[in-house]
Ligand binder design. Structure first.
Ligand code: ADP
Ligand code: ZN
Length: 530
């Protein structure tokens, strides 16, 4: 049995690192002892080392299941450069190349082989696996087995059975950056890990300063430019939710004399590669991109990540924002959002059927999950709690302090208004309208709008008509707030409807209170916020 010292020497020899990071050493030790493992670590924490080093020292072959087909080539190339005998097997290879890889694997040429999950149902691959001496079977992005995760893939459901069917069961390890308890227990159960050594390493990134700003769509451009201007010598990433926004923001920055470049799926391969290279080599200062950018990119001196739009989940947000400050130096993560971002996300939930074919039931569950994930994201935008505490709490980690002192909520600059009465009226109205109308109509009814639409629908006879004093826009915010806490539910799609959420009963209880964040005064234009 190889020892952890041998593993440490292999780490130095192949990757040049002086030691394991906290967490890595314990996983590697457990794997060397033959124990199944579940590693929950944020992106960038160093999950790959946890199975690559055992692959080197264990003998036999290590199989790594990964859904990221487009990254396999890069991963394998850098392993080969590090002197590890590595290969991958996926649909980007011709049948002839696949045969060669399998033949060489059979001859014992590889220490590690990456495969896409679909490969497990290929008869040639399973024939190979039954004969091969598989020492370790590792599953990357293992949250894909869970319908509670952000990225469910039916092809992941077959992994457990595949491993169980092997004549000699290898050590089994799963890794993910999604730490919610529900997903964690799904991984364990569905993959069939046996009494796994489980480790959850710190999600906190103390050098990142988080802030949230609610801004109108027009103001966002200025705000992005302001941030860039305040950091003339630094690299930064601006994430947008659509290609159109990427083009617009990039254009705008260039117009202001910034060396900005862009990245999204609508560009040619060569332009993407060139723009990425320019950013990584500091030839371009700012990268404006969709979420297609960033995976597998190792640039440690990114000083800020601005989200021009709100993403669909905390997982996605934290992963993207986390690309700032990999070197541990103070860096900023700024999220700009407004109501239309929520609408865009709802639209995506409806449109996105994922990249695998789902049964109608699976698609329903995925939509339900995405709605929940979105609600938590909106919660982040609207919470008055410490932003860091909110994120860590979301990932099931308790923060040491209630207030981190390094986020926009800790910095204050807002007050809270009690909107309990409005919230109650809205809940009554949604109940009365039986979830048949959208946000705008509900707001119009409770504020007593005299619009033709309301009168035509006869809604001015509602019992809750005109029951609140606030403006319609405040009421709409209250609706989002109620939805983010799941008192209400806003369906996805082109015309989202407002219905009662799973916690709606609690809102009629005595102790129910709802507070809303009110940003006191926008900073005067031209004043830096850094
Ligand atoms: P993850 O898969 O968790 O997102 P990676 O495995 O890609 O993370 O590792 C992230 C970065 O950390 C990489 O640049 C990697 O080289 C580096 N890294 C990982 N382990 C160590 C270590 N023990 N010492 C120094 N750097 C490390
Ligand atoms: Zn804080």
């Amino acid at each position: 049995m190889p020892t952890i010292d041998e593993a440490r020497r292999a780490l130095k020899r192949h990757f040049g690192y002086d030691g394991f990071r906290p967490g890595q050493d314990r996983i590697v030790s457990a794997l060397l002892e033959g124990r199944d493992c579940l590693g929950v670590m944020p992106t960038g924490a160093g999950k790959s080392v946890c199975y690559q080093i055992p692959a080197v020292v264990l003998g036999g072959i290590t199989i790594v299941v990964s859904p990221l087909v487009s990254l396999m080539g890069d991963q394998v190339r850098s392993l080969i450069e590090a002197g590890v005998r590595a290969a991958y097997l996926n649909s980007s290879l011709t049948p002839g190349q696949q045969d060669t890889v399998l033949r060489r694997a059979r001859e014992g040429s590889y220490q590690i082989m990456y495969v896409a999950p679909e490969r497990l149902s290929d008869p040639r691959f399973s024939a190979f696996s039954r004969q091969a001496e598989i020492a370790l079977f590792a599953v990357d992005e293992s949250h894909c087995v869970s319908q509670w995760g952000q990225d469910f893939r039916p092809s992941y459901l077959g992994i457990g059975e595949f491993v169980a069917s092997l004549p000699r069961r290898p050590v089994f390890a799963a890794f993910t950056a999604t730490a919610t308890q529900q997903v964690r227990s799904d991984i364990e159960r569905i993959l069939g890990l046996r009494d796994p050594f489980t480790i959850v390493t710190g999600f906190d990134r103390p050098n990142l300063a988080f802030s949230v700003e609610q801004l109108g769509t027009k103001r966002k451009l200025d705000r992005v430019a302001e941030q860039v201007a305040a950091h003339p010598a630094d690299s930064g990433i601006v994430y947008c939710s659509t290609r159109k926004d990427v083009d617009r923001v990039c254009e705008d920055l260039r117009g202001r004399g910034v060396s900005a470049t862009r990245y999204h799926a609508g560009l040619s391969n060569s332009e993407r590669t060139e723009n990425q290279r320019a950013f990584v080599n500091d030839d371009a200062q700012v990268m404006v991109a969709t979420n297609a950018f960033g995976m597998g990119i190792d640039k440690s001196n990114v000083r800020y990540v601005v989200h021009h739009n709100m993403p669909g989940s905390i997982e996605a947000y934290y992963q993207e924002a986390g690309r700032a400050g990999r070197d541990g130096e103070p860096s900023e993560c700024i999220l700009l959002w407004n109501d239309s971002d929520i609408a865009t996300c709802r639209f995506f939930v409806e449109a996105d059927s994922g990249n695998e074919r789902l049964t109608p039931e699976e698609a329903d569950r995925v939509r339900m999950t995405q709605r929940r994930l979105l609600a938590s994201m909106v919660g982040y935008c609207t919470t008055t709690q410490c932003l860091r505490a909110y994120i860590l709490g979301y990932f099931g980690e308790r923060s040491e302090r209630d207030r981190c002192g390094n986020c926009s909520n800790c910095a204050g600059g807002f007050s809270t208004v009690d909107v309990t009465a409005t919230a109650r009226a809205v809940m009554r109205c949604v109940h009365e309208l039986r979830g048949q109308y959208g946000k705008g109509m509900v707001a119009d009814v409770v504020t007593g709008s005299r619009s033709q639409k309301i009168r035509t629908a006869g809604l001015d006879h509602c019992f809750t008509y005109g029951s609140v004093q606030d403006s319609a826009s405040t009421v709409k915010e209250v609706i989002e707030l109620l939805a983010s806490a799941r008192y209400l539910e806003v369906s996805e799609g082109k015309y989202p409807l407002v219905g009662l959420g799973e916690r709606f009963r609690e809102a009629s209880e005595e102790g129910f209170r709802l507070e809303m964040k009110r940003v006191s005064a926008p900073l005067p234009a031209g004043r830096s916020r850094s």
